[in-house]
Structures are given as structure tokens and as C-alpha cells.
Design a protein around this ligand. Sequence first.
Ligand SMILES: NC(=O)c1ccc[n+]([C@@H]2O[C@H](COP(=O)([O-])OP(=O)(O)OC[C@H]3O[C@@H](n4cnc5c(N)ncnc54)[C@H](O)[C@@H]3O)[C@@H](O)[C@H]2O)c1
Length: 335
Amino acid sequence: MSLEQLSGKTVLVTGAGGLIGSRITSRLRQLGARPISVCKLDAYPHEVYRERFGIDAADPDFVVGDIAEPDLMRKVISGCDYVIHAAALADVAACTRRPLDAIDTNITGTQRVLDAVAASDRVRRMVFVSSASVYGNGSPQFVEGAAVQPVSVYGNSKAWGEYQTAAVLGGAGISYAVVRYFSVYGEPQVVKERSHSWVVAWFAMRAALGLPLHLNGGGHQIRDMVHVDDIATGTLRALVAPRANNATVNIGTGSGTSIREIAELVRGHYPDVPLVETPMPPGDPEGGFASVERMEELLGWRPTITVAEGVARYVGWLKATPEAIPDWMRQAAAA
Ligand SMILES: NC(=O)c1ccc[n+]([C@@H]2O[C@H](COP(=O)([O-])OP(=O)(O)OC[C@H]3O[C@@H](n4cnc5c(N)ncnc54)[C@H](O)[C@@H]3O)[C@@H](O)[C@H]2O)c1
């Protein structure tokens, strides 16, 4: 199974302006595919999209629009060989604060994408991008066959997307795969205000400003940190691997790292920064790490970037690109 088979294929990536979608589209270009993007470009200030993620909104293959618009989705998807549905209100805390916005995109928008894929006579497979948040506070090792038990609005919406993808595309006889990403990080990730996700970027940016690193609940939560380059590769493999047909697959490293350990890795690059224990925010799961057996078996692959290497890469990028630290964070630091 080779990704070279994507050469010459037209692939829709929803949410392609964001961290993960932009990495997937650049990999698709390298492979000789034609990525088509649909993205609302509403998760960051425009300069972040332009300067960090390299988005050119004037590119005719980059459609600035909403996946919840049925005519738009039908028109775009009718010309595509594959679909990767990655658009979402992707911030756990924002979904909790704004559940109706989460429903608009993660539920209604997903249904519009599914309707258009089901109506297409060209799409060979759709990958639905899900999340380890569907496991909630289950056992420390998350196995795909276990019951889903989400504990947040975000996790609920992803669990619904998984079931609905199986119901709609399974019913229409169109191949799909569900990928459950664990904690994605890597340059040029830029933190979102009032979020408590994206710990590597949060810690590195705070450390660069000389601010203490907050260990919510003591920092004992476990995360399986998977670099965005590995996420892009795993997602493309799920798009074409014959054995991933109608399967649900974790994309993780199989190793757990505590939040405290991540803080220590970041502090290795900024030795004077203090660690401070803070209360646990609501909806922050204890976490765990991925079972990777199914991923290795169905995708014939596993991630290669270790968390120490990924943190070093992120810090190296941040030191070379200090202007990536958002103004609101600098202002809070100054205050
Ligand atoms: N980053 C992680 O750790 C992680 C972990 C698990 C799963 N995921 C999933 O991966 C996917 C990509 O996440 P990301 O980290 O790149 O997030 P991101 O916020 O960087 O990108 C998501 C993009 O989707 C776009 N979008 C939102 N609503 C839209 C709509 N209605 N129509 C069109 N575009 C819309 C946003 O404008 C944004 O550019 C999401 O589905 C997310 O839930 C991410």
C-alpha cells in the first residue's frame, strides 16, 4: 500500500486552513494530488492562517465557506475522488462554552458532508476525523473496540459523527474510515484564547514569555502526544489502505506522557521557568494512551516522532518565530 496512488486524485479536505488540514493538504500536493479545501477560517486571526499555516485564500482550490451549506458541499464533493472531513469546532473548552456552535459544525455540518458524499458517484472513500475524546475517562489504554463514553460536548459531537458516518455511508455503500487522533501537536501550532488544549504550544509560549507553567490538578493527566506530521501520514494511509475500509482506527504513538513530564521537557529548553499547580478545569479528562495494534495492522504503519523530539522541534521553531506568540498572551504576561 503506497500513498503514491493519490497522485492525480482530487481530494477534498474540510477545515484545511487549520493546523492538521493544512499539513494534510501540503502532503497531498507533495504526492501529486490536487487538494480542494473548504474552510471557514474562523478559528484564528487571519494573519495566523496566512503567516503560520501558509493559507492563500485567493487560491481557486481554497473555498472559504461553511460545510453546513448543502449546495456548496454537493458542488465541491461531486468533483472529488476522496474526502477527508477534518473541519470542526475543535477546541474542547469552546464546545463546552458554545454548544450550539459545536452542533452547527460538528453535527449539522458533518451531516451536510455525509449527505453530499452519499449522493456522489465518484468518491472512493471518506475519512471522518474523530478524537480520543470519545473514550472519556475510561481505562488508561484506549482500545477501539471499547464502548465510547465521552465526557464533553466536543467528545459527544465526535461520537455522534462516528456513528452517523457509519450509518449514512455504510447505508449508501460508500467506503469510509474513522480516525481517532490522540493529542496532536507540532509547529506551527498557535494556542487559542481560553482553551486548555494544546499543551506543548501553551507551555512553550508561556515559557518563552517567562510565565509559570500551570499543572492543572497537579499535571498527572496522561496524554498520547502525536506529532502533526505523523497525523498527516496516518490520515492519508487511512484514506487508501484497503484494510481500513469501514474501520475505526486510533492514531497515536502507544505511549503515555503526563502533563508534568511535558512541562519538564519544555523546561529543559527554558530552565528558569517555574511550575505551578492549579485546579482541574471541568471536562479535562484523566486521559490515557492509544492501543496501536489495529493501526499497525490496518495501516501498516506507526508514528515515528517521539515527544522529546517533537517538543525540541516546536521550541526550535518558536525561538526562530517569536512573533507567533499571540498578542493577547503577551498582554496578559505584561499585566
Ligand atoms: N488538535 C488536536 O489535538 C486534535 C485531536 C483530535 C482530533 N482533532 C480533530 O482534528 C480536526 C482538525 O483539528 P485542528 O487541530 O487542525 O483544528 P483547527 O481549529 O486548527 O482547524 C479546524 C478548522 O476547521 C474550520 N471550521 C470550523 N467550522 C467550520 C465550518 N462550519 N465550515 C468550514 N470550516 C470550518 C476552522 O475555521 C479551522 O480552520 C478537527 O476535526 C479536530 O476535532 C484534533
